[in-house]
Write a protein that binds this ligand. Structure first.
Ligand code: PMP
Length: 390
């Protein structure tokens, strides 16, 4: 890896050389058959990875754009949305709903926990919802949503199930034809970004619509969007030699390579690896007295939000680690200064993560907190080994 630093924030994630090489390929016309065939491959790979028989769209933009695309194409102004929120990125759907004039309710968990199945069942009795949003992993809290619990209830209610996979896709199962409880209880929309578990740089929004979700768009005469209207994109994705708006040519090369790496590794192996990373990082950090915000049962395989031990100063701790080439992220909202976030997804390796664990321990020691670096590294290796060979 030619990176000089280990980027262990919750995305973007470490970019591997073959993706940099793809990015640096010659920029061709977006109508050039050599580019068009790469774009087609990226679309086909996305379809296979999400196992959708509907439509997938890859556009220049970040995760927020595809969150917006999900809502405006599924919900009409005046219709009602339910937002299941496990933190800051769940809440973002409420901002979008406000911006577009959708009626909405929020089921908000205490930070670090999941909304309960019972609370969701109760809420669904109160109104008729056109769509329900679930953030698969909320990047602010490191909490994963249990789709086995939520999707059946949402679908039995008759709402469209929208899954924000920005911090989950390819690290956690998001099979769009999987029937969670029989009788068509499948996810309708999955949206994600290029920069997290897929491991490419930021810049491409990826969104998939089931046939039912496409029908919901078509039932509306128009939507309050132009660039984000899927009707403008579906014909392009079916034939990428056509033009609607210029695709990010080099980023499509990069995403195609990122998705190739995913498919070559295999989704099952990728899920196991991420599960192992999450458990191992948290087990190691616990050795230092650093407690994850989420209980292990709710904790994400892709990133962890970790409380500092008493007396650790967030800014100087992360600055000292950055000097050592380990880049971590601060925590958000009321946790700012009290916790940090560490990403362990995408093409990150056990070697990178063990090195981060060691340097975190050394930094704690330098700043006057006891830390058993060897014990933490051993805890990390034990968990990674045990889970990866499952
Ligand atoms: N959803 C989740 C779960 C996220 O983690 C993020 C980004 N951290 C977003 C949405 C927004 O994505 P972007 O920053 O790429 O717009």
């Amino acid at each position: 890896m030619r990176n000089e630093e280990y980027l262990l924030i919750p995305g973007p994630t470490p970019v591997v050389d073959s993706i940099y090489d793809a990015l640096a390929e010659e920029t061709r016309a977006h109508t050039d058959p050599r580019f068009v065939s790469r774009f087609k491959k990226a679309i086909e790979r996305t379809k296979r990875i999400l196992n959708t028989d509907g439509e997938v769209i890859l556009v220049a933009g970040s995760g927020t754009l595809v969150m917006e695309m999900a809502l405006v194409n599924a919900v009409a102004p005046g219709e009602r949305v339910l937002v299941i929120s496990h933190g800051h990125f769940g809440d973002r759907f409420t901002k979008l709903a406000q911006a577009f004039g959708f009626e909405f309710d929020v089921l908000q968990s205490e930070w670090g926990r999941q909304v309960s199945r019972d609370d969701l069942a109760q809420q669904l009795k109160k109104h008729t919802y056109k769509a329900v949003t679930v953030t698969h992993v909320d990047t602010s809290t490191g909490v994963k949503a249990d789709l086995d619990d939520f999707i059946p209830l949402i679908k039995q209610h008759g709402a469209l199930a929208i899954v924000d996979g920005v911090c989950a896709t390819t690290a956690l199962p998001e099979d769009m034809q999987y029937d969670y409880a029989g009788e068509g209880t499948s996810i309708d929309i999955v949206l994600t970004g290029s920069q997290k578990a897929i491991g490419a740089p930021p810049g491409v929004g990826i969104i998939a619509f089931s046939k039912k979700a496409v029908a919901a768009r078509r039932a509306m005469e128009r939507v309050p969007a132009y660039y984000a209207d899927i009707e403008n994109w579906i014909p392009i994705m079916e034939d990428p030699s056509k033009y609607f708006a210029t695709p990010p040519v080099n980023m499509i090369y990069a995403v195609e390579e990122g998705l190739k790496i995913v498919e070559d590794e295999g989704l099952e192996q990728r899920y196991i690896r991420h599960e192992a990373y999450g458990k191992a990082v948290r087990a190691a950090l616990r050795v230092y007295g650093m407690e994850p915000l989420a209980d292990e049962g709710d904790a994400a395989p892709t990133l962890s939000c970790i409380r500092y031990p008493e007396g650790t100063d967030d800014a100087s701790f992360r600055a000292a680690l950055a000097e050592k080439g380990i880049i971590l992220a601060g925590a958000l909202a009321h946790l700012a200064g009290k916790a940090f976030r560490i990403g362990h997804m995408g093409n990150t390796t056990p070697e990178i993560l063990e090195s981060a664990i060691r340097k975190i321990g050394e930094t704690l020691q330098e700043q006057g907190t006891e830390a058993d670096v060897e014990k933490a590294a051993e805890a990390f290796r034990e968990e990674v080994g045990a889970l990866q060979t499952k």
